[in-house]
Ligand binder design. Structure first.
Ligand code: C2O
Ligand code: CU
Ligand code: CU
Length: 478
């Protein structure tokens, strides 16, 4: 533990304490509260009803509900345990997890544990639908080295986009036995989503044959209302000098977030499958659908000031269906400095963990995955077809080629991969991923080792409308 606590010295994190204190003096006006209200509410954690150490046993119910998503009229939704986002599943590496799931929806559903390595029958893939009124026990064990931020969402054949739009999504946090980041750093969970509403407050899910329905199918359905944990523009208070650890999930069906905190240096410490090898300073972060990122946000601003977490303009579209306001940045959350004097700098580790490179010379198969509009390798998904046959315990290299004029975020179930290169340019750092954006006309090569479970595993575009239309394939492992 001590060995890996090499301190980050100097860098952007050095804090001019005297200077901040002076500024604080200047901005203080009589009467204002010392600490801005924290209006970001994290979803509650699913209650563990097991008393056996190392066992997490919870109940999750999907059911229709009426919730106030917007100020004013309540909205008819689908919700996990009556709330949006659903409660957070919080577990530790090594835990045995039992989820008693009840489907009280009027239609079949599944719960997919996005990014987890688990038995195929617990994956909640379209192969295992749960009928209306039915129930299913998802049982799996959390693997070592998988600590990180994940999420769960429905994955029924052809209906994932609809059910997520209706409100079904929630976070998973896997904690490590020894996390290299100091436990004293406060943590925030930020589940990003969007939605579109009609004037009466109902969710706008247009007829697929209407003009808007056609655009939604092409682009993936985007909403003009942006949510963080189901809230619009919440405020997160921070104190000068304080470091916060933000776990961010892109739970939107199609929107890609290009995140920035103007004026505020940020360290990226993690991706989909947990921590990086070392922190990386970033100016902005592109977070495609289903991707996760962990950031350390340091309160470098003066007491009493504020900044905004924004999503900047990002062009992922074909020109014909690009939304009119695509080039506008949007605000997500306000980061508000308290008027308290600056905190002392906390020591951050310079190294987080080792991620050994998967060995390319061990790859026994090289596969090409060609993405075109709605199709993978020229085919739409067929549940009765197996696209790729592979073997457990082997390594493969997949070359994912996007031949068309819009981005397609590619996701593989059940196994984490490493990115080798993008358009032939080697990936500058290593991380564990389960989703990767493949920008228009670009090629990404990934390497994956199939350590885990036999069975059928989905791979697909994570724009939910594309997935539902069949932009998905099946990998069978024996
Ligand atoms: Cu997040 Cu197959 O999905
Ligand atoms: Cu998945
Ligand atoms: Cu796509």
């Amino acid at each position: 533990m001590t060995a890996r606590l090499t301190l980050l010295t100097g860098l952007v994190w050095s804090l001019a304490l005297g200077e901040l204190a002076a500024q604080e003096h200047g901005v203080r006006r009589g009467g204002a509260a010392a600490t801005p209200a924290d209006t970001l509410s994290a979803p509650p954690t699913l209650r563990n009803r097991s008393t056996i150490p190392g066992v997490v046993e919870v109940t999750l119910t999907a059911a229709p509900a009426r919730l106030p998503l917007l100020p004013g009229a309540p909205t008819d939704v689908f919700a996990y345990n009556g709330r949006i986002p659903g409660p957070t599943l919080e577990v530790h590496e090594g835990d045995r997890v039992i989820i008693h799931f009840h489907n009280e929806l009027p239609e079949p559903t599944t719960v997919h544990w996005h990014g987890l390595n688990l038995p195929a029958d617990a994956d909640g893939s379209p192969f295992y639908p749960v009928a209306p009124g039915g129930q299913f026990d998802y049982v799996f064990t959390i693997g070592p080295g998988t600590a990180g931020t994940y999420w769960y969402h429905p994955h029924p054949d052809g209906r994932a986009g609809y059910q997520v739009a209706k409100g079904l999504f929630g976070a998973i946090i896997i904690r490590a036995a020894d996390d290299p980041l100091p436990a004293s750093i406060p943590e925030k969970l930020l589940i990003l989503s969007d939605n579109r509403f009609r004037l009466d407050g109902s969710i706008d899910l247009p007829d697929p044959n209407s003009p808007q329905g056609q655009v939604d199918m092409e682009n993936g359905r985007e909403g003009d209302v942006l949510f963080v944990n189901g809230q619009i523009m919440p405020t997160v208070p921070i104190r000068s000098g304080e470091v916060q650890r933000w776990r961010i999930i892109n739970a939107a069906a199609a929107r890609i977030f290009r995140l920035a905190l103007p004026g505020q240096p940020v360290l990226q410490v993690g991706t989909d499958g947990g921590l990086l090898e070392r922190p990386k300073e970033v100016g902005e972060v592109l977070l495609a659908n289903s991707e996760r990122v962990e950031l350390l946000v340091r309160g470098d601003g003066p007491p009493g000031s504020r900044t905004t977490l924004q999503t900047l303009a990002y062009d992922r579209y074909v020109p014909q269906t690009r939304p009119e306001d695509w080039n506008r940045s949007r605000d997500l959350l306000s980061l508000s400095y308290s008027r308290q004097p600056p905190l002392r700098r906390v020591a951050l580790p310079g190294a987080l963990r080792a991620i050994p490179a998967l060995d390319t010379t061990q790859a026994i198969a090289r596969r090409v995955v060609v993405l075109t509009q709605g199709l993978i390798n020229g085919k739409a998904m067929d549940m009765d077809r197996v696209d790729f046959h592979g073997r457990l315990g082997t390594t493969e290299i997949w070359e994912i080629e996007n031949l068309v004029g819009m981005d397609h975020p590619f996701h593989l179930h059940g196994f984490h991969f490493q990115v080798l290169d993008r358009n032939g340019v080697p990936e500058p750092y290593r991380s564990w991923k389960d989703s990767i954006n493949v920008p228009r006309h670009e090629t990404v090569r990934i390497i994956v080792r199939f350590d885990g479970y036999a069975g059928k595993w989905m791979f697909h575009c994570h724009i939910l409308d594309h997935e539902d239309q069949g932009m998905m394939g099946v990998l069978q492992l024996n």
